[in-house]
Ligand binder design. Structure first.
Ligand SMILES: NC(=O)c1ccc[n+]([C@@H]2O[C@H](COP(=O)([O-])OP(=O)(O)OC[C@H]3O[C@@H](n4cnc5c(N)ncnc54)[C@H](O)[C@@H]3O)[C@@H](O)[C@H]2O)c1
Length: 336
């Protein structure tokens, strides 16, 4: 099926509005929008010129519709399993927002639903479509940086005005809620960590029942180490500063910066003057993400961030949270 023929329903119309734009931007047809909140539904409907007969308040009303091929699930994290599984079981492809789930049990149920439906279940790890991080992946793959021995990423985002809702659920720890972006990025660039160890503090967001700052170190294999810092109480602009150290070069980048800094070495291995690379700032590249979803359906291949990829990221996040609570290293269990 071509992108232009894909009929999609977007469920949850706050961040979901980025998906309406992403889907429409790559030629898909937004056939229905849905939100339990009538005001959010009306706002999105008017903003994007979606006729009233294509607006719904109950997602289940869309399950049996022949004119819908795929659903974007952009509702609170606690509902990802229920709605993703319902749409998969109804034969629809699903693009579910990150984090895939807040528990291992939910993630496994979603994998089972994807497997038995034979439909795509994409998890919206949108940072894999951020131009700066795509460029970082390219510079690793083409050998410019050499062998990677250390990489770090931070997710710092002031949640002071964001947590008076479902984000205050103890299961929605900052490491999985937003930190999953930095953790998924490291997994994409370096593979699955074999072991993690973490510390956390809780000083800035008394209104949430979990730490608001966590630092985790990890070992990918005997040659590669990593670090993630997550702060949801920080007093600064949103950032995902990321530094990648390889045997031939070092890259410093950020999804909020229009430039990246690339260091390489001369023939004697001495660091040369850095090169400044221009890059588009687009930290929520919903159009590229949706294009990958639509193309994977059209080409009948597994989507880049499939259910198991989403679940591996959940597994690392939960292992980091567990380590910060127990003071012990944790080896993530990827057996699913
Ligand atoms: N990829 C990213 O960078 C990114 C950014 C923001 C949010 N998110 C994710 O997107 C999802 C939504 O986040 P948000 O910021 O839009 O949250 P939000 O609370 O601002 O909005 C959620 C919307 O879903 C609606 N909703 C709730 N239950 C529903 C149901 N059963 N059926 C239909 N609609 C329902 C609500 O009325 C609301 O309009 C979350 O999973 C979040 O983690 C991802």
């Amino acid at each position: 099926m071509k992108r232009e023929k894909l009929n999609v329903a977007v469920i949850g119309l706050r961040f979901g509005m980025a998906h309406i734009e992403g889907a429409a931007g790559c030629g898909a047809n937004v056939a229905a929008i849905c939100d339990v909140d009538e005001e959010h539904l009306r706002f999105a409907g008017e903003r994007y010129g979606i006729p009233e007969e294509q607006r719904f308040t109950d997602p289940r009303a869309l399950l049996g519709r022949e004119d819908i091929d795929a659903a974007v699930i952009a509702v609170p994290d606690q509902l990802h399993r229920e709605l993703s599984c319902a749409f998969l079981e109804a034969g629809k492809h699903v693009l579910c927002e990150k984090p895939m789930a807040l528990t291992r049990e939910d993630a496994r149920a979603m994998i089972r639903a994807a497997d038995s439906s034979r439909r795509q279940l994409m998890i919206g790890q949108i940072c894999r479509f951020t131009p700066a991080f795509e460029k970082a992946k390219e510079l690793i793959s083409d050998g410019t940086l050499g062998d990677i021995y250390f990489l770090e990423s931070e997710y710092a985002h002031d949640y002071m005005k964001l947590v008076d809702n479902w984000r205050s659920d103890p299961l929605r720890h900052g490491v999985i809620g937003g930190g999953c972006h930095a953790i998924d990025l490291l997994r994409w660039l370096a593979g699955d960590p074999a072991e993690v160890f973490a510390y956390g503090t809780h000083r800035l967001l008394p209104q949430v029942p979990y730490d608001d700052a966590t630092v985790a170190v990890m070992r990918f294999d005997e040659r590669t180490m990593g670090k993630v810092f997550v702060s949801t109480g920080c007093k600064r602009d949103y950032t995902m500063r990321t530094v990648i150290y390889g045997t031939k070069g070092t890259l410093i980048c950020d999804n909020t910066s229009p430039t990246m800094t690339l260091f390489t070495a001369d023939d004697e291995g001495v660091t040369k003057e850095p090169r400044i690379l221009d890059v588009e700032v687009n930290n929520h590249n919903a159009a590229r993400e949706f294009a990958e979803f639509a193309d994977s359906i059209a080409e009948g291949r597994l989507v880049l961030t499939d259910a198991r990829e989403g679940a591996r990221t959940v597994e690392v996040c939960l292992s980091i949270i567990e380590s910060s609570k127990t003071g012990r290293p944790v080896r993530p269990d990827y057996s699913f």
